[in-house]
Design a protein around this ligand. Structure first.
Ligand code: FEO
Length: 397
């Protein structure tokens, strides 16, 4: 059954519980939803499509409300195939449907789907009266792609925000934020942000500034739950993540080959706990996909990484994570490093180089060891945990 979430506004989203990865790389242990909406009335307007794999189910949902041939418009907020994969089939069934987007959208429609006609161009801030619906369009370039746009419905004070405020995870019963599993509003929201928007925080901040001028009562993203009541808090959270403030706390990420680096990790963790810092987490990077570790690093201001030296560099799972942190450009952590020196000290050197590049504050000299850590090195590891945990910027002093 298709849900009418407001008068003449239908939710047409599809839960994808089959795909193992989003964008072919980010794990989806709880699936993902591709949200699409229909405004029905004098003109019938779809907002965003779905992935190609979800097209059949999506078309069936539309047909529960109106025949596909009676659709007049599809607003194309974003061309990434998780939203646009359904366009070619839709156009084959209904060649008259008009696509709405920016000039960039039109360019990309040609490149992706050889669509050269039937595209209505809109400019930034333009409002169209389409039948009994009024819609305003706001390009948000590079959140996520150059053509990305959001659509605002002034009469409803509703923002179709596409990727912005999106979350991993299929919707399980509820559609709105207060009805869905906590992970949608917390870990999966942040994981989506850090994985997808993380490297685009400058354009994302610009987009937030633009959108904060609108009166928004409901946010309808294209992944995860819709938001009402808590939209102010949602904007605040996004701003916090875009400016990479991080909450007081420490994310302790380590890898180990034979348990020696782990011995240091245990002491670092003891040091953190002894300082009374409550929000910290320990992640074994060989057993945790960087998608999750990245989100946890984004969440807290403190970041401690431990790694053995492997070859002349980092333990490969730690190297993957470091590349991800560099790629996303996570700034502002208070960082510290520990690890096995091996023959060349390669692991710590790589971590320190990355810290310099990202301008991370390092209040403690890295703790290195060769062979088995000595009692002095274990003490230094304990003290590292304590020092970082009592760092003023971590505890908010
Ligand atoms: Fe949900 Fe950038 O695609």
């Amino acid at each position: 059954m298709v849900e009418e979430i407001q008068s003449k506004l239908f939710y047409l989203g599809i839960n994808d519980r089959q795909s193992d990865f989003f964008e072919g790389q980010w794990p989806l242990p709880h699936g993902i939803s591709y949200n699409s909406y229909l405004l029905s009335g004098e003109k019938n307007i779809l907002i965003d499509g779905v992935a190609r794999s979800a097209t059949e189910e999506w078309l069936q949902k539309i047909e529960q409300i109106i025949p596909i041939q009676e659709l007049d418009y599809l607003v194309v907020n974003h061309l990434e195939p998780d939203h646009s994969g359904s366009i070619p089939v839709l156009r084959r069934i209904n060649p008259e449907i008009q696509l709405i987007g920016t000039d960039k959208t039109a360019e990309m429609l040609k490149k992706f789907y050889s669509i050269n006609s039937g595209v209505k161009l809109v400019k930034s801030g333009q409002t169209l009266q389409i039948g009994d619906h009024k819609l305003s369009f706001y390009p948000v370039p590079f959140v996520h792609w150059p053509e990305s746009m959001v659509t605002y419905c002034p009469e409803r004070k509703l923002l179709f925000s596409n990727d912005i405020f999106g979350s991993y995870g299929s919707l399980e019963g509820g559609l709105f934020n207060r009805e869905t599993a906590l992970r949608h509003r917390d870990s999966e929201l942040l994981r989506y942000f850090s994985n997808i928007i993380g490297s685009l925080t400058t354009p994302a901040l610009k987009a937030l500034e633009k959108l904060s001028k609108l009166e928004i009562k409901t946010v309808a993203p294209s992944h995860g739950p819709l938001w009402k009541e808590d939209t102010e808090q949602l904007f605040k959270l996004y701003k916090e993540w875009c400016t990479m403030q991080g909450r007081p706390g420490i994310t302790l990420i380590y890898g180990t080959m034979y348990g020696y680096t782990e011995q240091l990790m245990e002491q670092v963790a003891r040091g953190i706990a002894s300082a009374g810092l409550k929000d910290f987490t320990v992640i074994d990077i060989a057993r945790t996909h960087p998608s999750f570790a990245l989100a946890e690093a984004w969440r807290r201001r403190g970041l401690i990484i431990g790694s053995p030296t492997y070859g002349n560099g980092l333990f490969p799972p730690a190297q993957n994570l470091l590349e991800m942190l560099l790629n996303k450009g996570l700034e502002n952590p208070v960082a510290a490093f520990f690890g096995c020196h091996g023959w060349s000290g390669g692991a710590i050197n790589k971590l320190c180089k990355a810290a310099d590049k990202l301008d991370w504050e390092q209040p403690v000299t890295p703790v290195k060891f060769s062979g088995e850590p000595s009692s002095d090195e274990l003490k230094k590891a304990f003290s590292m945990g304590q020092t970082v945990a009592t760092n003023r910027s971590l505890i908010g002093g």
